[in-house]
Design a binder for this molecule. Sequence first.
Ligand SMILES: C[S@@+](CC[C@H](N)C(=O)[O-])C[C@H]1O[C@@H](n2cnc3c(N)ncnc32)[C@H](O)[C@@H]1O
Length: 219
Amino acid sequence: MPSMNPELLASWGYSQNQLLERDHVLAARERAADLGVGCIDPAGRSMLTLLCTLRAPHSIVEIGSGVGVASMAMLEAMGATGTLTAIESDLEHANAMRQGLRDAGILSARVRIINERAENVLSRLADHAYDLVLIDASAENLLDYVAEAKRLVGAGGVIILNNAFDEHRLARPAVRRASTVATRDALRLLREDPQLQTHLFPSEQGLFVATVIAGQKAR
Ligand SMILES: C[S@@+](CC[C@H](N)C(=O)[O-])C[C@H]1O[C@@H](n2cnc3c(N)ncnc32)[C@H](O)[C@@H]1O
């Protein structure tokens, strides 16, 4: 295991500093700061863009879309006919996301924002109907979200969990806080599923990515 020596830290910082974001993304980040809500970090956003470019999903679900920083990245990268189902319980966040989508010139017909708690919505979404599920809501119901995400994606589908470091508590074994335990359990559930290929990317918040191996269904 590499130790976090100063050179490694400098290289990591260098890679983070390569990330430039366009004006509509920076404006969305400002709206998020005004509302006191988090958004995916620049490295996570960049990785999400890359994954959507590579995978070219047609249909995405985002659990916890906030002001839409990750949503816009995915919509911009997935191609003009792709659609996003964004589940967001806070109306102010959902309205700020609508503003961001207008700024980015994304057609509203491509996005369905469901302003409800995810736990009341996910069971209504069809099995294997989505190519990618991004989970970025509070960790309280994380295990349920992971189970639903496995049901929603088909073969070749992708499940992504942002804030996988649980604000840097994950790697501290003594931390037994509910969100940390739920995150550890969720990552283990995905990592130990033989139908999934997984990787934890060391973005600022930690971006855990799992893909259903071709010809298989996630359990
Ligand atoms: C970290 S923010 C999401 C950031 C967003 N993915 C982005 O990159 O801009 C988490 C969001 O999840 C929402 N949220 C929290 N619990 C939720 C739930 N049970 N159902 C739906 N949304 C929830 C919060 O209101 C908040 O807007």
